[in-house]
Design a protein around this ligand. Structure first.
Ligand code: UD1
Ligand code: CA
Length: 449
């Protein structure tokens, strides 16, 4: 067996318990905390995605009562996740025990994670699995906190963690410790239910602390290990200020990875990406660009400043912007040009076509090398329903034309500027739909007399 493949199989055997029952009062929100988004994906979605990428095959999520929204989010991100409801919020150990049924039927090790730590990485999950697979009974993920206030402190004796002391329960001396508990913990096969049953709630908060499992485990002769994580990776989000901090850190991570993969960003800090953005090598991005979820940008494309793009595909060597808005369902072929103040929605725009200025192209398909003049509008909505516009290859739509859908413009058809087109235009045909111009000679003189 190759090195590394051993790790992978160790990871597969792990069950991850995700605690997501907190109501998150400090968010001051009607939305549960773990559903607040970072880079277009819920925090708990990020946690579950990291678990999946690590190769772990089992997830048990603990949620609050009547939280179908949280349950749906987790299930949609991790097929086969079991959902457990913690009816009363009595502490982290109590929360893990809500999943008792699943824990008791699971033969392998268990990793506990929190749903409000969106920056967690697959590597961290697999590191814990490796520690558990190589003999540790309990693994604690610690980090060095610049300001440890509020965190549980790791009590280390003879190179091993013997206890975790919650801030409120710590002595002044223990509060000097800066190595803190991230909340992520691993437990060897079968150990957890018995440890948690022994946890009491005789502490400052009157809660059943998961962290007490460390001291209980030591007393029972179990071995403990600490994995020290980067403080960014285990950052928890409790309010909107931390939500914004986590967003900034996630954006840095996404931009870095895009640039390392060959994307040019002139002004990285002004570009916002999504968790699932696919941006290929040799894409160039100017400044002030928003990339929402579901976007793929193929090689060689140029995204100019001030663009807003969601659920769209941008073909090879296409150019978009400045000031373009690509809404969901936009598919640009190769070498397409979308210019300033153009909005597209559910639009397939084929190779070489140009929509360069001030247009709305919605519920439409535009053929290869077609030219859509400035100010062209597809009138897709009649007040009741949406209708489609089809424009053939090499068609030419003159400036300031309204195409009233449903409508079809044939190949190499030509629409005169300022037309309102309400009937289909066959291929090769000129259509003009506007008032005929009349010149009245000497009109100014007539008016004066
Ligand atoms: C916890 C740790 C602390 C650590 C810190 C890191 C414990 C006792 N303390 O403290 O050592 O330094 O995280 O951020 O574990 N939850 C439930 N049900 C409950 C209680 C909590 O699902 O009954 C969930 C919360 O939604 C949250 C997580 O568990 O996602 C942590 O709970 P919280 O009360 O925020 O713990 P901290 O005080 O931050
Ligand atoms: Ca917390």
């Amino acid at each position: 067996m190759k090195e590394g493949s051993t790790d992978r199989s160790a990871v597969g055997d792990v069950l991850c318990v995700v605690l997501a029952a907190g109501e998150g009062t400090r968010m001051r929100s009607a939305t549960p905390k773990v559903l607040h988004k970072i880079a277009g994906l819920s925090m708990v979605g990020h946690v579950v995605a990291a678990i999946e990428q690590s190769g772990v095959t089992g997830v048990a999520a603990v949620i609050g009562p009547d939280r179908d929204d949280v349950s749906d989010e987790i299930s949609s991100r991790f097929t086969g996740a079991s959902i457990h409801v913690q009816t009363e919020r009595l502490g982290t150990a109590h929360a893990v025990l809500a999943a008792r049924e699943r824990l008791e039927t699971h033969a392998g090790p268990v990793v506990v994670l929190f749903g409000d730590t969106p920056l967690i990485t697959p590597e961290l999950v697999s590191n814990i699995a490796t520690e558990l697979a190589t003999g540790a009974d309990i693994v604690v993920v610690g980090f060095e906190a610049a300001d440890p206030t509020g965190y549980g402190r790791l009590i280390i004796e003879d190179d091993a963690v013997t206890a975790i002391r919650e801030h409120r329960d710590a002595t002044e001396k223990e509060r000097q410790i800066t190595l803190c508990n991230s909340g992520v913990m691993g437990f060897g096969a079968g150990a957890l239910p018995a440890l948690l049953d022994a946890v009491g709630n005789d502490n400052a908060k009157g809660e059943f602390y998961l962290t007490d499992a460390v001291e209980i485990g030591r007393q029972r002769g179990l071995s403990t290990r600490v994995v020290v994580a980067n403080s960014v990776e285990v950052m928890g989000v409790n309010d909107r200020v931390q939500l914004a901090e986590a967003e900034a850190l996630m954006q840095d991570r996404l931009r870095r990875s895009a640039m390392m993969n060959g994307v040019t960003m002139v002004d990285p800090k002004s570009i916002m990406l999504s968790y699932d953005s696919v941006i290929e090598h040799d894409v160039q991005m100017e400044s002030q660009i928003w990339i929402g979820p579901g976007v793929t940008i193929h090689s060689g494309a140029l995204i100019k400043s001030f663009c807003h793009i969601e659920q769209s595909i941008i073909g090879y060597s296409s150019q978009v912007g400045p000031y373009a808005r690509l809404r969901p369902g936009t598919v640009l072929g190769d070498g397409v040009r979308i210019g300033n103040f153009v909005e597209t929605k559910a639009a397939q725009i084929s190779q070489g076509a140009k929509v360069n200025h001030l247009s709305y192209i919605g519920d439409a398909s535009v053929g290869m090398d077609a030219n859509i003049g400035a100010g062209t509008i597809t009138c897709n909505y009649d007040g009741h329903a949406k209708h489609r516009t089809t424009i053939g290859d090499e068609a030419f739509i003159g400036s300031n034309s309204s195409l009233v859908a449903p409508i079809s413009i044939g190949e190499r058809a030509y629409v005169g500027s300022g037309s309102v087109i309400t009937h289909d235009v066959p291929s090769e045909t000129l259509a003009v739909g506007r008032g005929r111009q009349r010149n009245i000679e000497g009109w100014q003189k007539l008016k004066r007399s």
